[in-house]
Design a protein around this ligand. Structure first.
Ligand code: RBF
Length: 161
């Protein structure tokens, strides 16, 4: 196998000293609250301080990108994590909402040069939504928090090389 010259950039999962923003949709709150507690738990277990986490609540997933933008405008957070649950069977035009939200979040990350991570569950039905919210296995809030931590450290690694 070819050897790399040593120019490898990777982000660690150390959240020490990080200031993180979380935007949380209230719609389907019984599931989103699990994503939120999973995200906070993951940050704290990786060395972050609960007092350095700011949470903004919005009515539904459609409003998430707007609040993410408002948090980015503060220029205070190292990354912003987006959390919400959209259930296809119960939401007409769900895929339209999901597409717009995903596109909006990606755009904001590029615009501000700050990692924005995606912890939005887009499920076909309630059962799928429940299982992705950490009830059975896997919690997308945890995943999105870890992705945020890694991306902040990756950003620093590339910048400080
Ligand atoms: N917001 C969600 O976060 N998840 C949903 O599954 C969801 N379903 C909706 C279904 C309908 C018919 C409507 C009108 C709204 C829904 N919303 C949902 C709320 C939406 O994201 C937004 O908050 C509202 O449309 C107000 O702009």
């Amino acid at each position: 196998m070819e050897k790399n010259a040593g120019n490898i950039f990777e982000g660690t999962l150390n959240a020490e000293g990080m200031k993180l923003g979380i935007v949380c949709a209230r719609f389907n709150d019984f599931l989103v609250s699990r994503l939120l507690s999973g995200a906070i738990d993951a940050i704290v277990r990786h060395g972050g301080n609960a007092d350095d986490i700011a949470v903004a609540y919005v009515p539904g997933s459609y409003e998430v990108p707007f609040a993410v933008k408002k948090m980015l405008e503060r220029k205070e957070y190292d990354a912003v994590i987006a959390l919400g649950v959209v259930i296809q069977g119960e939401t007409p035009h769900a895929s339209y909402i999901n597409g717009e939200v995903a596109k909006g979040l990606a755009q904001l990350g590029f615009e501000y040069g700050v990692p924005v991570t995606y912890g939005m569950i887009t499920a076909d039905n309630l059962e799928q939504a429940i299982s992705r919210s950490g009830v059975k296995a896997g919690n997308k809030g945890v995943d999105a928090a870890l992705a945020a931590i890694e991306m902040v450290n990756l950003t620093r690694a590339i910048k400080n090389a």
